[in-house]
Design a protein around this ligand. Structure first.
Ligand SMILES: [Zn+2]
Length: 496
């Protein structure tokens, strides 16, 4: 079956990067693109009318922590200063002997309602990605049970997922004074790694090839060096991409320097982890960052030399008063820049805008992080991270992952006059402007409707799941605080 999509602007593909085709067409047959250009005279069986709209390759989200992220809503404009703006320490480190409550990512299978909660988490994640034109995503270390649920929703709703349970050799808890305390459990890490490998071997290449495996040692500072070495061996043996958090956290940076007399990226090099198959989450607090006061830093050069990908999540880290320092410096070093949504919202268009604006502001350079560069990061950058030359582009032979974006915003005025569709998208677009999404040659969202998902019901369920998370915070917060104490209301709450 052959289908023609009639644009609008079409983002085509030249030798190395995208091209702009006014009033273009895209033709796909089964799961592959067969033609991209100004016209097509051959026979087609079906047509998608995208006139007046932008037709572009599906976005690739290189940093997804699944779920509705209710706990993250507690750390806007708030947080313990001694964590240096590191959000996950606020909301994922329980008081010793307790568990983070209400969040299905930390539930046990025996907990009441655990299955339904995990299913909601998976549906919410996959549907939100789809709504935002993200056709491929890389999950960044949720546990095995979450991966199983994601696998089901990826199969049902049609995305491409790189899945693989996260593992580490220990974790943080809060001690009796609320201080961070490291709990090391190397044996548990090895067990988690082995069960992650079992899952990967079972699912890699399944669901018509839409599901692939990925290795996720969660953070470089929470994994033993043996576990990192085992990760490299498995990646080479099974040709799997690796994701991890590194050079992302002031505490992590100083802990690694103190323990190993090396910076996080130097440590990764020492254990053989660096390579073009590695995606580093954030990589923004590198030794070269002036504010870390580390002399002789060479992490940017190292990441560039090994062709590493940095998954930049500009919205998430901007909320913590941070950004990449700086976009043009990373690019010049040869680092592959890709974008991720990390937590919320999973709006890749907003990520592009923030990457562009912060890229300019931080480097004091209006030419930096252009609309073209951030759009490349959201498409080709992700494809490079995965070693895929059939994703992130609209070119004959590539996968039929196509997104249609309404530049007229259903007769709104937000875009104004559109001259260059990519500049317009980066400056004026939002995720809700995505109207139709094709993945692997199948229409998975049409006119903002996803067959099989009642978005209003999912939102209602996520709201009540969020209320449960917020209600139970004092049960596990190391300082015993309520949600209101952790996260004061933006304005005084009217009580009567
Ligand atoms: Zn992350």
């Amino acid at each position: 079956m052959r289908t023609l999509v009639r644009g609008g602007w079409v983002v085509g593909f030249g030798d190395r990067t995208h091209t702009l085709i006014p009033d273009g067409v895209v033709v796909y047959e089964d799961d592959r693109l067969v033609h991209v250009g100004r016209r097509f005279d051959g026979h087609v069986d079906a047509e998608i009318d995208a006139r007046g709209k932008l037709v572009c390759p599906g976005f690739i989200d290189t940093h997804v922590h699944s779920g509705h992220r209710a706990s993250h809503r507690l750390i806007t404009d708030a947080g313990r200063p001694e964590f240096f703006g590191q959000p996950f320490l606020e909301i994922s480190v329980p008081r010793e002997g307790t568990r983070v409550g209400g969040d299905p990512r930390y539930a046990r299978p025996t907990d009441a309602g655990a299955d339904a909660d995990t299913r909601l988490l998976a549906t919410f994640t996959v549907a939100e990605l789809l709504c935002n034109g993200i056709t491929t995503f890389m999950e960044f270390g949720s546990q095995l049970r979450v991966q199983e649920a994601l696998l089901g929703e990826v199969e049902r709703l049609g995305l491409r997922g790189y899945l693989g349970a996260g593992y580490d050799s220990g974790r943080w808890v809060g001690d009796e004074k609320g201080r961070l305390k490291r709990v090391v459990d190397e044996a548990a890490g090895v067990k988690e790694f082995e069960s992650a490998l079992g899952f990967i071997k079972r699912v890699d290449g399944s669901v018509n090839g839409r599901v692939r495996g990925l290795l996720a040692p969660r953070e470089v500072e929470t994994c033993s060096l043996d576990l990192l070495r085992a990760t490299r061996r498995a990646a080479n043996e099974l040709s799997l991409p690796i994701v991890t958090h590194a050079a992302y956290n002031v505490i992590e940076f100083y802990e690694i320097v103190r323990e190993h007399r090396m910076t996080p990226v130097e440590l990764m090099e020492t254990v053989g982890l660096l390579g073009p198959d590695v995606t580093i989450g954030h990589g923004n607090l590198v030794a070269d960052h002036a504010l870390l006061h580390y002399s002789g830093g060479r992490e940017i050069e190292l990441m560039g030399r090994y062709g590493v990908t940095v998954s930049h999540c500009p919205v998430n880290i901007a909320r913590r008063a941070r950004s990449l320092d700086s976009w043009p410096r990373y690019r010049a070093a040869g680092i592959n820049l890709a974008l991720g949504t990390d937590t919320y919202p999973r709006d890749m268009i907003m990520q592009m805008r923030m990457a562009s604006y912060f890229g300019k502001v931080v480097s004091h350079n209006l030419f930096a992080a252009s609309a073209g560069e951030v759009f490349e990061a959201a498409t080709l950058g992700g494809a490079r991270a995965l070693g895929r030359d059939d994703l992130g582009r609209l070119a004959p032979g590539a996968k039929a992952d196509i997104v249609v974006i309404d530049l007229e915003t259903r007769d709104g005025l937000r875009f104004g006059p559109v001259r260059d569709p990519i500049k317009a998208l980066v400056e004026c677009g939002i995720g809700d402007d995505v109207v139709t999404v094709v993945v692997d040659g199948v229409v998975r969202m049409k006119d903002r409707v996803i067959p099989g998902v009642d978005l209003a019901a999912v939102r209602r369920q996520a709201q009540s799941a969020g209320e449960a998370v917020w209600r139970r915070v004092q049960d596990w917060d190391p300082l015993g605080r309520t949600a209101e104490e952790i996260s004061p209301w933006s304005f005084p709450l009217a009580r009567e």
